[in-house]
Design a binder for this molecule. Sequence first.
Ligand SMILES: [Zn+2]
Length: 487
Amino acid sequence: MARIAVAGFLHETNTFARSHTGFEAFVAADAWPGLVCGAPLLEAVAGANIAAAGFIKAASAQGHQLVPLLWASANPSGLVTRDAYEHVWDLLAHELRAAGTIDALFLDLHGTMVAEHIEDGEGELLRRIRSIVGPAMPIVAALDFHANISPQMVALTDALTVYRTYPHVDMAATGARAAALLQRALNGERWHKAYRQIPFLIPMLWQCTLVEPLAGLMQRVEVEESGGDISAAIVPGFPLADIHDCGPTILVYGIDGASTERAADRLYAAVLAQRDAFGGKLYSAVEAVARALDNAGEGPMILADTQDNPGGGAAGDTTDIPHELLRQGVQGACLGLLCDPAAAAAAHAAGCGAAVELALGGHSGIGAPPLVGRFNVEALGDGRFTGSGPFYLGCRMDLGLMARLSLNGIQILVSSHKQQAADQAMFRHLGIEPVQQRILVLKSSVHFRADFGSMAREILIVAASGENTARLSELEYQKLRPGVAVL
Ligand SMILES: [Zn+2]
């Protein structure tokens, strides 16, 4: 039995987003728990599709004693403030020093945190942790599929293991895989590390593992691991970060140095060979609404409002698509989730069945103006419910006051905290059965496919206003490594 410390500090930082991410964003719960220190961490994540939950369950089953230190996560958004980063670090350092003798450390990290004063958020975190625990203690971390893995992160950990699905339906499973790796490290195994940085950035939209080319590439990871000696990863990275180590990586761990390097070479070549295959069709709002009206049949037409996806750091309040739905006179469309805490509060004050004058959404100042009109309050909710789809499974959501508002035949689900629309429970919380809708507009890029994909008549990816930029060539990068291309 070993004493294993457990901590999570997660943020996906879109350095192009206007917002900054303060300490309060880490304190607040959203789809994931708010900041928690010590023993309550175990209960806070239990049962959710979260890497820490999967690790805790697996390591407990191995008979280890867990020492919960800290959990802090915030929704994807702009740079983490210096104050937030240092405040969370102070809390974590205090817990780590107070933990007594520990044999190993598990970290649940996103892998793409950028703070105002630190470009490699996780690398710096690991450097500080090593300064406390020393160079020899085993550290294994779980990372998001969208991690931008730096050389420093690789050097300062014994192993990193990464989600293998997008939509991320395997977050808890990744935690369990980390527990297996950490067990091997505790048994004395040490691995050769083979690391490659891919010389191009892949837009998030074209990283989905349900379709090619990522579906086939992820199968190659399993082939490399089939001998049992190697742990491998293809990591597509998070392209909305103007940093030196932005981009996809290959990571392979193995006992034998030469065979580990050869496996990394094969995976690197496989990704490079698919360079031209990362792409797909983007619709304008006008085109998408017109096509949705034309294409009659069973099941909802799904319009993915990808560029305003809060899961990529966008504001989650742009109004381009609902304006277009109203302009084309659509009846029977439902949009979720639009973040507007003032509108949600006004709806609650007015009550169910009332009508309220609102300027809804658009307060981020991005894209079309607010939707101005007299909205009917169709349903109200407290924003507390449990995710039921494969992505948010078991997550105890806290999205603040919510309301379903209707205007001229379209319905809009309003939340007080921004959250990616990737779970049917978000709609059912406000009395909407998604499969019965004619048109669903989802502020999501890829994760929605896990819970909504099978019901869709057709999925249209819409490039309306928002900060989760789909065409990377529109961004002005300054800090990429020389020679890195954008697709
Ligand atoms: Zn991700």
